[in-house]
Design a protein around this ligand. Structure first.
Ligand SMILES: Cc1cc2nc3c(=O)[nH]c(=O)nc-3n(C[C@H](O)[C@H](O)[C@H](O)COP(=O)(O)OP(=O)(O)OC[C@H]3O[C@@H](n4cnc5c(N)ncnc54)[C@H](O)[C@@H]3O)c2cc1C
Length: 391
């Protein structure tokens, strides 16, 4: 039994039992995803572009500031609800899911945890109403080894000059506000890493090449160019040298969001396979009548249930402010594995049609792969899990 369980008054409700508020919220996001997102999915994937009207609607619905207090312009919801939003959107389009995920679990979250009152008041109302955010840690030479980043922040009288390049930055094409990590004291190693709030319009800042990707094609992934980009001292998020903490803490929570993205897209892939199996006739009956197909679908549903329980458990532990980091790593690791299996099986259940763009199965299959790569590869999750178990 974990120490969490012993020390707290625990609400023993089943993890998937939703409160009335959570249920209403889930239903409204699901309706929005089905009615407004679904008709645009194929076009956005084909054109590798997020539909701007959709982004506006996400703001209007309060989905870009789920966990931000109402006093700061947000929806005043919980972290669990942000996770629900990512799941429901990803059921229809994992690109829309990750846009909302980065905004809520990384950018808003970093500001809520580390921002000064002035920073929260000046950035959060914008992030909840009109400005997309992005989170820029990775570079060409530093991914898993994120703290080896080469971007530098040179100190001046009133602030810092940022110099370097960031790579793989989600939302960069749409974003106005960037959380950028740079090293202000390289001689101190990772203890020099500092987080900065950078406006898109800042001189010396530019969004560079957009990646041409396998999946989540409507989600922009771009390079950032920091060419003597001056940021004032009051734009340091947290303290100078504490950027590594900002990134560790936000990414620990972000992983639960990626788990939710994987659960959502697995749900979508399962649903379309179930529907098709009830329509497709072979040997004089629908393929859903064959026990082999029934068992495959039953197995997909079982694995999905297990992944969802892990994601919800990590999110609800986080909500209770008890240790959740191992559980978050496990949830991301497992749900991305499950997603790959479910999306692959879903595609196969469509037979030859699954291999074409006529049905959504091939897109789910392409989209799921990213779950094992970003916000820490599967090996990095295993490293975290092993540390907790063995140390
Ligand atoms: C679509 C997309 C969106 C992204 N969005 C963002 C974003 O918004 N912001 C951001 O900062 N970054 C983002 N990233 C970057 C992402 O987080 C990194 O790609 C990821 O962390 C892996 O880093 P890497 O690509 O350098 O791979 P590497 O670190 O070079 O890893 C290559 C392989 O080596 C393995 N490996 C590396 N080190 C070890 C080790 N010590 N032990 C065992 N195996 C190891 C890895 O598991 C992997 O299989 C994004 C990436 C993609 C593809």
């Amino acid at each position: 039994m974990s120490s969490n369980v012993l020390k707290l008054e625990v609400d023993p409700s089943p993890l998937t039992l939703l409160s009335e508020e959570e249920q209403l919220f889930r239903n409204s996001v699901r309706q929005f995803a089905d009615e407004q997102v679904r008709p645009l999915v194929a076009k956005m994937d084909r054109e590798s572009r997020m539909e701007p009207s959709l982004v506006r609607q996400l703001f209007e619905l309060g989905l870009m500031g789920v966990g931000v207090p109402e006093t700061l312009g947000g929806s005043g919801g919980s972290f669990f609800m942000a996770v629900q939003a990512v799941e429901e959107l990803s059921r229809v389009d994992a690109s829309v899911g990750v846009l909302v995920d980065v905004q809520n679990t990384l950018v808003n979250n970093a500001l809520l945890r580390w921002g000064t009152e002035e920073q929260q008041k000046s950035f959060l109302p914008r992030l909840c109403s009109e400005s997309v955010g992005a989170y820029a840690l990775s570079e060409a030479g530093s991914g898993s080894d994120a703290f080896a980043l080469a971007t530098r922040a040179e100190e001046r009288k009133d602030g810092f000059v940022l110099k370097g390049r960031k790579l793989w930055i989600t939302n960069a094409a749409e974003a106005d506000i960037f959380v950028v990590f740079a090293n202000a004291k390289p001689e101190l190693g990772y203890r020099g890493i500092t987080a900065f709030l950078v406006d898109r319009e800042t001189q010396g800042f530019a969004v560079g090449k957009k990646e041409d990707k396998l999946g989540i094609r409507a989600s922009s992934t771009c390079e950032l160019i920091l060419d003597d980009c001056f940021v004032e001292r009051n734009r340091v998020l947290g303290e100078v040298g504490k950027g590594y903490k900002v990134s560790i803490e936000t990414l620990n929570e972000g992983r639960i969001g990626i788990g939710a993205q994987m659960v959502g897209l697995s749900q979508g892939a399962l649903e379309c396979a179930i529907q098709y199996s009830k329509e497709r006739i072979q040997f004089g009956r629908t393929i859903s009548k064959f026990q082999a197909v029934q068992f495959q679908i039953a197995e997909m549903a079982t694995e999905l249930e297990a992944a969802r329980l892990m994601v919800y458990n990590a999110a609800r532990l986080n909500l209770k402010r008890v240790p959740y980091v191992k559980e978050a790593a496990m949830a991301k690791y497992f749900s991305s594995q499950v997603a790959e299996r479910i999306c692959s099986q879903s595609l196969e259940l469509f037979g030859g049609y699954g291999y074409t763009k006529e049905y959504p199965a091939e897109k789910y299959y392409r989209d799921c792969k990213i779950g094992k790569i970003y916000e820490g590869t599967s090996n990095m999750q295993l490293q975290t899990i092993a540390k907790f178990i063995l140390d």
